[in-house]
Design a protein around this ligand. Structure first.
Ligand SMILES: [Zn+2]
Length: 457
C-alpha cells in the first residue's frame, strides 16, 4: 500500500509538529516529546477507544463490545471507518469476569510493541506512534478503568470533589464552580496516582509507555450535547413556559404545559426550517420533557445535532424574553445561562484544533459564566434547574483542555466514534453471537478492503 496511504490514515497528510510545539508546555505533551526518537512531524498520537452497542434488537443480551484505536486529534475530520480501526469485538453475553482483564492484557502488549519496537516497516522512514489517550463515554471509562465513578459521592478521579459534603462545606461540592473552590485546589495528577498506587493494583494499560492517568479525555458529545445540554435545554424551555413566554399557564399543570409546549414547538419548527441544516426532532410534550409536574426535573432528550439546534433556538428565544421591560433579574440570569452555553458551542464549532490565547480565554469565560449562572438558577429553583456530575466534568474541560492545553475539545468529541460503532453494529447483525468475535472481524476486513479499493491516497 505504501507511504501515501499510511500518511492519509494516520496523519491525514498533516505535519504533526505544530501539535507537539503547541502542547510542549503540558506535562503529557512534554513526556511524549521526550519519548520521541526523532522527527516530531512524524510522531503520531494514538487513542484507544471503547464502547458498547445494542445490536440484536428485542433480545436481553444483544450488546456487542467494541474496542478500537485511532489517531488522536489529527484525523478528527476523517470519516468513521477511515478514522477508527477495530481491535476486538465480542458479544457481551459471552463475557465473564476474566474477559476484559485477559483482553486488555493482550491489547496492552500490542500497544507496547507499537510504540516501542523500532523495526516496523514505517520506522526507517521516521514515523513513530505514541500512546496519547483513552476515549469513551463515562459508563465505559467507569466500568473498564474504574475512573470517574458517577454513582459514588466522590465521582471525579481528577480532584477531590464530592456530590454532598458530610460537613456541609459547599466549596468541596460540585455546586461550586469558582476557580478558587476547595476542590479546584487539589489535582490528582498522573504522578500522584503512580506514587499512591501499587503496580499490581493499576490497570495493565499503565505498562504502555505514554499512558497517563490524566489522559482519559473529556467527550463534549456525551458530557455536553447529550448530558448538560439536555438539562439546560429542558430547564430553559420549562422556564419560558412557566414564565408565560408562550402564553398563560392555566389549569392543571401537565395539561397546561402540554398546550404551551405545542406553541413552543411550532415556534421551533418555524425557526428550524429557516436554518441551513434543519434537524429532526419530535414534538415537545410534558413526557418528552420529563416534566409531568412541578417536582419532576426537566430534561429534553435529543440527538447530538438536534441538541445543539435546540440550544441555539432557546438562546434566541431567551434573549427576546429577557429584553422585555418587565423581565426580572432571574429571567436575565437564566437567559444568560442559555446564551453563554450556545455561544460557547458556536466558538467551539468555528475554531481550529490549536487555539490562540484569546479564543481559549473566550471559550473558557463563556463556559464559566454558563456554569455559574446554571448554579444561580439552580439555587432559585432546584426543581427546574438540575446540577449533574457532567457539569463538573465540563469545568475540567474548560480548565484543562481549553485553558491549559489550548486545544479545541471538538477534536476529541466522540461524534465520529459513535458513527463508527453504529457501522460495526450493522456489520455485527449478520453474525451469530457465538462466532461473532471472529466473523465480525472478517466482515470488517472485507468492508475495509472495499473502502480501500475506492479510495485514492
Ligand atoms: Zn474534578
Amino acid at each position: 500500500m505504501g507511504e501515501p496511504y499510511f500518511r492519509y490514515f494516520f496523519l491525514r497528510n498533516q505535519d504533526a509538529s505544530s501539535l507537539w510545539k503547541h502542547v510542549e508546555h503540558t506535562s503529557w505533551g512534554s513526556q511524549m516529546i521526550a519519548n520521541a526518537r526523532g522527527d516530531l512531524s512524524k510522531l503520531i498520537p494514538i487513542t484507544c477507544y471503547g464502547d458498547e452497542i445494542y445490536t440484536y434488537k428485542n433480545s436481553e443480551c444483544g450488546v456487542v463490545a467494541v474496542l478500537a484505536w485511532a489517531t488522536d486529534y489529527l484525523t478528527a475530520e476523517s470519516g468513521p471507518l477511515e478514522r477508527y480501526f477495530t481491535i476486538a469485538t465480542y458479544a457481551q453475553y459471552l463475557e465473564c469476569d476474566d474477559t476484559w482483564p485477559d483482553l486488555s492484557k493482550e491489547v496492552a502488549a500490542r500497544f507496547r510493541a507499537l510504540v516501542q519496537k523500532t523495526d516496523w516497516p514505517w520506522s526507517d522512514k521516521g514515523y513513530q506512534f505514541t500512546f496519547s489517550s483513552v476515549t469513551g463515554d463515562l459508563k465505559w471509562v467507569k466500568e473498564r478503568f474504574h475512573l470517574h465513578d458517577y454513582n459514588a459521592n466522590a465521582f471525579c478521579s481528577y480532584c477531590n470533589v464530592v456530590k454532598r459534603d458530610p460537613a456541609g462545606r459547599i466549596e468541596h461540592t460540585l455546586s461550586d464552580f469558582r476557580p478558587e473552590a476547595a476542590h479546584m485546589q487539589t489535582r490528582i495528577t498522573h504522578e500522584d496516582y503512580i506514587r499512591t498506587s501499587s503496580p499490581e493494583n493499576r490497570h495493565v494499560f499503565f505498562t504502555i509507555p505514554g499512558f497517563r492517568y490524566d489522559r482519559v479525555l473529556h467527550d463534549p458529545l456525551h458530557s455536553q450535547l447529550l448530558g448538560t445540554g439536555k438539562v439546560t435545554n429542558g430547564s430553559m424551555l420549562t422556564y419560558l413556559c412557566e414564565r408565560g413566554w408562550f402564553g398563560e399557564l392555566a389549569g392543571s399543570y401537565e395539561q397546561a404545559l402540554g398546550s404551551l409546549l405545542n406553541t413552543a414547538f411550532k415556534a421551533f419548527a418555524t425557526w428550524n426550517r429557516q436554518q441551513t441544516k434543519p434537524v429532526t426532532h419530535p414534538r415537545f410534550t410534558p413526557a418528552r420533557l420529563c416534566r409531568k409536574g412541578r417536582t419532576f426535573f426537566p430534561s429534553l432528550n435529543a440527538k447530538g445535532a438536534a441538541s445543539k439546534a435546540l440550544s441555539y433556538w432557546l438562546a434566541d428565544a431567551a434573549t427576546h424574553f429577557a429584553s422585555q421591560p418587565q423581565a426580572t433579574n432571574l429571567d436575565k440570569e437564566c437567559a444568560k445561562c442559555m446564551v453563554t452555553y450556545a455561544e460557547m458551542l458556536k466558538v467551539i464549532d468555528a475554531s481550529p484544533l490549536l487555539l490562540d490565547e484569546a479564543t481559549a480565554r473566550r471559550m473558557y469565560h463563556l463556559g464559566m459564566i454558563h456554569l455559574q449562572t446554571t448554579l444561580g438558577a439552580h439555587s432559585a429553583n432546584r426543581n427546574c434547574w438540575l446540577l449533574l456530575p457532567k457539569h463538573h466534568h465540563m469545568l475540567h474541560m474548560l480548565t484543562d483542555t481549553i485553558l491549559r492545553d489550548r486545544l479545541n475539545p471538538r477534536y476529541q468529541t466522540l461524534f465520529c466514534a459513535e458513527s463508527f460503532v453504529g457501522a460495526i453494529g450493522r456489520m455485527a447483525k449478520a453474525c451469530h453471537r457465538a462466532s461473532l468475535p471472529r466473523r465480525l472481524l472478517q466482515r470488517y476486513k472485507i468492508r475495509f478492503g472495499m473502502m480501500m479499493r475506492g479510495l485514492g491516497p
